[in-house]
Design a protein around this ligand. Structure first.
Ligand code: RUB
Length: 322
């Protein structure tokens, strides 16, 4: 079914796709915002048509980026109660329900970051050297909090090629007054001896406690493991994937070759192939602990977190109505 979508919704979807909105938490909140806008812009009074419309918007948003499960989880948090409700009498009533769910999600997400900061900063000791990869607001919240608590820490941030999200981390943490050093991705093995703790974010946590995050994360975990350096993941529980409970694989996003080499270079060498996966998978055995808003959990307890969040429905069609 082709439908016209409100320009604001199309714009948010485009921003997610083109990574002007990026990072699993931000993507999730943007999707909740887009759903609110779609609800506000709907003008009809036919409840069945409204159901089809919301299903269409939900599917459209979920397709923008494939890897971070925070996106379908946020969408299902907003739309599932609506699709499940059997006693809705009007579009007006449905509208209210969806708007409430969208703002509840955004509030939950913001509060979760504060809890993660609180729990995560307890792990940070005065004098620690902390290594992070890519740009994660969950990790940034922990570091900011540790600095506010007066801990004297040094942060090492990888560049995170090919898109250099490490520069975003550097800017963010400089603004927070951090002592921060930017390092090439390939320098980790020589720098790890100076590091006390690695803390990274997550796009998806699977039922068996593996963590999907920016490409290169698993290499850092392997190096940390070799040296027995603690490796933590900071993540909200809505990045745990109910889809993986029954073994559904996480789709790893492949991005454009032009992120790795210029169009001019590619044109000059038409036989050159480029591979540009955006994420990788770190096995649970390399992870010391996962810092969530509900506590510091061992990676092997991921399934328990999924049961806590989704109950016995974990893994069964998390998004309704599509
Ligand atoms: C971002 C990335 C981040 C996670 C967690 O990848 O891998 O580590 O999304 O971030 P991209 P947050 O730049 O490709 O979106 O803690 O902010 O949700």
């Amino acid at each position: 079914m082709e439908r016209a979508l409100p320009e604001e919704v199309v714009e948010i979807a485009r921003d997610i796709k083109d990574m002007r909105i990026r990072g699993a938490g931000r993507i999730a909140r943007a999707a909740a915002r887009a759903l609110s806008m779609a609800v506000e812009k709907y003008s009809g009074d036919d409840l069945e048509d409204f159901r089809r419309y919301i299903g269409f918007v939900a599917e459209y948003l979920v397709k923008t980026r494939p890897t971070a499960v925070s996106l379908p989880n946020a969408v299902s948090f907003v739309v599932n109660p609506f699709f499940k409700a059997r006693d809705l009498k009007s579009v007006q009533e449905a509208r209210r329900m969806l708007l409430e769910r969208a703002s509840a999600f955004i509030k939950y997400s913001e509060d979760a970051l504060e809890r993660i900061a609180e729990i995560g900063s307890r792990l940070v000791q005065d004098g620690d050297n902390i290594l992070t990869h890519c740009n994660s607001e969950a990790v940034a919240s922990i570091i900011r909090r540790a600095i506010r608590e007066g801990k004297n820490i040094k942060v090492f941030a990888t560049e995170t090629r090919p898109l250099y999200q490490g520069h975003i981390t550097a800017r963010m943490l400089l603004d927070a007054g951090a002592d921060i050093t930017l390092i090439p991705d390939s320098s980790i093995r020589s720098i790890i001896r100076r590091i006390d703790k690695v803390i990274v974010g997550a796009d998806t946590v699977t039922a068996n406690g593996a963590v999907v995050n920016k490409i290169g994360t698993s290499l850092i975990a392997l190096i940390a493991h070799e040296r027995r350096t603690d490796f933590y993941v900071a993540t909200e529980t809505y990045k745990f994937s109910p889809y993986t409970v029954w073994g559904e694989p996480v789709v790893i996003e492949e991005r454009a070759p032009t992120e790795v080499a210029s169009q001019e270079f590619l044109d000059k060498h038409p036989k050159l192939k480029i591979l540009n996966p955006s994420f990788d998978v770190t096995p649970s055995s390399y992870i010391t602990g996962i810092i969530t808003e509900i506590g510091l959990i061992p990676p092997n307890a991921a399934l328990l977190v999924l049961e806590e969040v989704y109950g016995r429905e974990a893994g069964h069609e998390p998004i309704q109505g599509l």
